[in-house]
Write a protein that binds this ligand. Sequence first.
Ligand SMILES: Nc1ncnc2c1ncn2[C@@H]1O[C@H](COP(=O)(O)OP(=O)(O)O)[C@@H](O)[C@H]1O
Ligand SMILES: CC(C)(COP(=O)(O)O)[C@@H](O)C(=O)NCCC(=O)O
Ligand SMILES: [Mn+2]
Length: 895
Amino acid sequence: MADNNSDPIQDELGAGVKHEAEEAAASSAAQATATAMLPRSSSRPQLDLSGAAIHGTLEDRNPTILLPNQSDDISHLALDIGGSLIKLVYFSRHAELSTEDKRKISTKRRLGMFNGGRRSYPILGGRLHFVKFETEKLNECLDFISSKQLHRGGVDSPSWRSGAQPDDIVIKATGGGAYKYADLFKERLGVSLEKEDEMDCLVAGANFLLKAIRHEAFTHMDGHKEYVQIDQNDLFPFLLVNVGSGVSIIKVDGHAKFQRVSGTNVGGGTYWGLGRLMTKCKSFDELLELSQRGDNSTIDMLVGDIYGGLDYSKIGLSASTIASSFGKTISENKELSDYRPEDISLSLLRMISYNIGQISYLNALRYGLKRIFFGGFFIRGHAYTMDTISFAVNFWSKGEAQAMFLRHEGFLGALGAFMSYEKHGLDDLRVHHLVERFPMGAPYVGGKIHGPPLGDLNAKISWMEKFVQKGTQIIAPVPMGVPATTGMGGFERPTSKGDILRSDASAALNVGVLHLVPTLDVFPLLEDPKTYEPNTIDLDQDEFKYWFKILSDHLPDLVDMAVASEGGTDDAKRRGDAFAHAFSAHLARLMEEPAAYGKFGLADLLELREECLREFQFVDAYISIKQRENEASLAVLPDLLMELDSMNEESRLLALIEGVLAANIFDWGSRACVELYHKGTIIEIYRMSRKKMQRPWRIDDFDMFKRRMLSDRKDQPYKRALLFVDNSGADVVLGMLPLARELLRHGTEVVLVANSLPALNDVTANELPQIIAEASKHCGILRKAAEAGGLLVDAMAGIQDDLKDAPESVPLMVVENGCGSPCIDFRQVSSELAAAAKDADLLILEGMGRALHTNLNARFKCDALKLAMVKNQRLAEKLFNGNIYDCICKFEPVS
Ligand SMILES: Nc1ncnc2c1ncn2[C@@H]1O[C@H](COP(=O)(O)OP(=O)(O)O)[C@@H](O)[C@H]1O
Ligand SMILES: CC(C)(COP(=O)(O)O)[C@@H](O)C(=O)NCCC(=O)O
Ligand SMILES: [Mn+2]
């Protein structure tokens, strides 16, 4: 093998990095605008479809559709104007850019994706945002709507409503305020509010959330939050208890099938109203925060107070059970001012929460319902409130009924109102179409802190800077009161971990923005999508602590890399800082409550980092490293291919697998590996890595794979193999491409599956055709297959024809996986990949992210080969009782 790359890596990094990065930034910026957003439908929102006509080519799966009868007065903003809070749900679409490049068109044609079976019209793709304001501060809400032009379709979706006169605009609204404030909306914004029934909306909202969001419902007992998997076929009937100012109790039997069976006037308004009067608190959160330091035994009459400190064990009441809320305040000669506001707040909170829990339970009993979902902003994600309600339900039902809470607790009505727009397309959405993101500055709350207008990065950064100054609040420990029970139904006062309630502003980090991505699919080769769990290791508190440190330590280098990739300008530096702050805030938030964003695994955490980079418009932090490593590896590829071709079939197969494993060492996400790169050139490290390949590997199913390939069923080669490639440079060029070439030799169709968006130094689907074109200059097999697969669109003239010994050509294709992460979650992949999977009978998953962190235990409907080098000591120990740099070759044939 020729080594024509002998400069130390450090030198390369130092010299020319700026120049390279500038070029890279310029060339990738254009690409990025085209690829930064996953949803790619180029249609307008689907509304009135009558008379619709398709514009654009028929091959375009998401063509522009003109809707001549689409009335312009339908907005994508819906409101729930309650007694205490105004909830907004609004929809935004991104600038649509067609990214149907030649590769994609040809791949899709080959995969039969242009006709048959697919949806003939697009459901809408875009994002749902959730925002709330205090009803008292209605003006702030009106300003917000007006500044974002939400009533006209939003500043970030300028075109689709243009031409609408303000007079025409109708917005769906529910809640009493839809009546009360109708005139004000007309006057201030020129819009009419179309009223939707509140109960209809609550139910529609709850049903949508329970159907479409994977981690929506959770239980909360003794300070412990656990997400529950909802079986769609076993959802109804349930009891929905919406705790707003007042409380509605609804028995839900199906979609739009429900009955309001009860309610109570003692609700959130009661707590907030009485609390305000009695404690002089200025805000709801202040009141709630007080409760965390309260001791209700100074106010409530407990069983022990009546029974001389004893339990009333005969009827199962412990001494600490509340016998009478506020009961102690009658017997003593005290004024309100003699009581601590903290104690008053806690007594009130417990009184109201128990009461709601009890009434809910009684209604559940009345209708024989086992599940009770609690919504409404009274809950406010507050651990103690949820524990108290759960306790009451559990206590009264003797464990028969279960209280569950919803992450979008207060938005049920607003979501339902949003869904009442005719044919909005939301009904068609399934779990796999929704991706929740947690951008900083998502304008979740009204009041003092507003989110910046969407798409305005500058404003967002300033907002971030302000937001982060409030950092003490963001990273304040969550008040996870772990209430100790006395075993007999008693309930000690909350032992909160911190005394600051997570501010509403940082609650922005609780409910994200919902991306609706109609082009995502469940990977059809999953053996059982229902039981599939992408994350191999559960990210519990301990595990999270470890990864928190790893990711925090890595952050400064990553910021440097990202800033350099954008030319190192002042603007890039400012964005780099904002990114670091934002990602640190996420980490801090998750550290205090690992389940804050739903059930969160390592894969989600690694993806969050990438999303955060994209949020601050870093297109591709590793672009110059990727390019440099690609070039260096392509330069030695001919020698490698020659060496391989001189071997017999058996030794070659082994050398190929060894090559994949050895080259997987080029991973810029692993601290240990990055340190190695300072010690030698790419080629030196690659050689060293190969030399160290000692069999048996930590998991070594090579012989089984070899038998399948070369003996048992040699006459029945795999028909189509999906190769999930990992990193750029040696990993793909010297590892996966030669393996692909071998499969092609056997007559197997090869689909290289790569990321849709950059993540670390992973190669993307956009980059692969160019790499393959370069590799094809040295290899007839690759070239012919790539041509047949439509990858080499411009035939390469003047290249020596060395196809004499090449077999009848089968295509080599590239498809994008729909992800922008170093891992892969097979519940949500691109429709292109889902289509390519149909005829596949072999999967090869490569790399630590895709084959170890995720999918190590995943089972597929076809043979699977999982190849990775373990580049982290702890993971090696934990998963394999092994060591860093161990290799994994796991072959899982289906039969
Ligand atoms: N920032 C807040 N301001 C006022 N009330 C709040 C706030 N956060 C939570 N709440 C609680 O939420 C209740 C309102 O819940 P919500 O579901 O919005 O009902 P409504 O539609 O009646 O306004 C209030 O009565 C109060 O208990
Ligand atoms: C991010 C990664 C999963 C990427 O690995 P790959 O899939 O490229 O093999 C891996 O680099 C990783 O887990 N890194 C963090 C651990 C560490 O620094 O040791
Ligand atoms: Mn990788």
